[in-house]
Design a protein around this ligand. Sequence first.
Ligand code: NAD
Length: 293
Amino acid sequence: MELTGKTAFITGGASGIGLAFARQCAGYGATVLLADIEDAALQAAASGLRDMGAKVGTYRLDVSDRVNYEAVVDAVIVEYGAPYLLFNNAGVAWKAPASIATPSDWEWLVKVNILGLGYGISLIVPKMVDAGVGGYVVNTGSISGLLTPVGTASVYAMTKHAVVAISEALAHELRGCGIHVAVVCPGQVATNIINSDRNLASGVAGASISQAGPEERAFSSSMVARGLSPDEVAIRTFKALEERRTYVITHPEYKDDIIVRHRQIENAITGAPETDVDLLALVKSMITLEPLT
Ligand SMILES: NC(=O)c1ccc[n+]([C@@H]2O[C@H](COP(=O)([O-])OP(=O)(O)OC[C@H]3O[C@@H](n4cnc5c(N)ncnc54)[C@H](O)[C@@H]3O)[C@@H](O)[C@H]2O)c1
C-alpha cells in the first residue's frame, strides 16, 4: 500500500495494536498522528516511530471526552487537514460479567469503546468525505464482537458487538465516497490490555470499578501473553485492507466457533433443534474464548 503524503489518525496509538498500526502506516510512508490518553506512553511511542524515520504528531486525547475530542480534531484539521486513514482503535477491556458488573464498569466500557468510537466517526468522517479523496476507516472490534464470552467479559463483548454493527453500517454508507471501512476482530493479542484500569476515562470513579483478583488477573495476563503479536495483527489487517475486506479476521482458528454460533441462529429460523453438542461447544468456546479443538 502506498501512503506517501497521506495522514493516519490513530486513537490508542501509544500502545499495543494501535502502535503496531502506526508502524505499518509509517512503513508505507504515511504521517502518523497518535492520539492517546496516556501522555508518557504517547511520547515514547512517537520517539520510537521518529527513530524509524516517520513523521509523527501526538495528541493527548481521552476519546470519551467530547470536548477534548473536538479540540483535538480542530487542531488536526488546521495542521494536517482531514486524515486519509482513521483508526478508531482506543479501547479498554475488563472482565465484568453482565450480572455483577458495577454501574461504573458499564459507564467506563461504554464511554470508551462505544462513545469514543462514535465521536471519532462523527467528528472525523465528515471531514474525510468533504476532502473527496477516499481513504480508510478501520475500527478495532474483537472476536468478542462476533462471539459472546459468557460469564467473563460480557459487557466488553457487548461494546465490541456494537463496534461490528456500526462498522457494517458505515461500510455501506461510505462505499460511494471511496472510503473503505473495516472492522478488525482479533482474538488474544499480546498487549497491555489486561491493565486497562491504568487509564480510567474522565468521570469514571476508579473506586467503583469491579476489581479483578490477583489470580484472575494472572490467568488473563497469561492468556493474552500467549496471543498474536500486535505487529502480526497489523500486517494481517493491512493485507485485508488491500483486499478491501470489511471483516478483518486475524485469528482464523475461531472459524468453527463462529460457524457454531451462526448455526444456532439458523436453527432458530428453520426450526431445527438446538443440539446439546452444539450448545456445549458454544458455551465452552465463549467461556474461555479459546478456539474449539
Ligand atoms: N489485546 C487483545 O487481546 C485484544 C483483542 C481484541 C481486541 N482488542 C482491542 O484492541 C484495541 C487496542 O487494545 P490493545 O490490546 O492494543 O491494548 P493496549 O492497552 O496495549 O492499548 C490500548 C491503548 O488505548 C489507550 N486508551 C485507553 N483508554 C483511552 C481513552 N479513554 N482515550 C484514549 N486512549 C485510550 C491506552 O492508553 C493504550 O495506549 C482495543 O480496542 C481492544 O479492545 C484487543
